[in-house]
Design a protein around this ligand. Structure first.
Ligand code: FES
Length: 163
């Protein structure tokens, strides 16, 4: 197997190697999730099949083992994202607390639907399943930060303050 990309080098390789070192030598697969996160960040917020193949080759696992993880969890993106990727919780607690209506207002404000990127490349929206912060519903994740108990006013202020 020979991959078409060569992103795992330098600092990226070092960061992945640090994770690999946390596990027994024959358990490199355990570093799949951090490797996906690191490569996704380095690629501007999304993954491609070629990048996932490179991760698989580097970890010495079949590509399917990497695809399974990357497509199961909502925090991996398979389409280009904006500089600020808004993961919008689409599950029951957020829904019952007005998440759906609030997302509609967000879509209006940004002029995009889930899966799209704003014309200036600043934002994208992605619908995701429960992010484990139901007590703060409705909520979303922007980059690494959780924003909870959202109202329209609070959400728009957060967005307006982002560079
Ligand atoms: S339902 Fe939204 S965080 Fe759990």
């Amino acid at each position: 197997m020979s991959t078409k990309t060569n992103i795992i080098q330098g600092d990226i390789k070092k960061r992945i190697d640090t994770w690999i070192a946390n596990y027994p030598e024959d358990q490199r697969q355990s570093a799949t999730m951090p490797a996906l996160r690191i490569v996704q960040e380095a690629n501007g917020g999304s993954l491609t099949n070629d990048l996932m193949d490179e991760i698989a080759e580097y970890l010495g696992v079949p590509p399917i083992a990497v695809y399974e993880v990357a497509t199961f969890y909502g925090n991996y993106n398979h389409k280009p994202t904006g500089r600020h990727s808004i993961n919008w919780c689409n599950s029951i607690s957020c829904y019952l607390r007005g998440g759906e209506e609030l997302r509609a207002r967000l879509e209006e404000k940004l002029g995009v639907k889930p899966g799209e990127v704003t014309a200036d490349g600043k934002f994208s929206i992605k619908k995701v399943e429960c992010l484990g912060a139901c007590g703060g519903a409705p909520m979303c994740q922007i980059g690494k930060d959780y924003h909870e108990n959202l109202t329209e006013e609070k959400l728009f202020k957060i967005l307006d303050e982002l560079e």
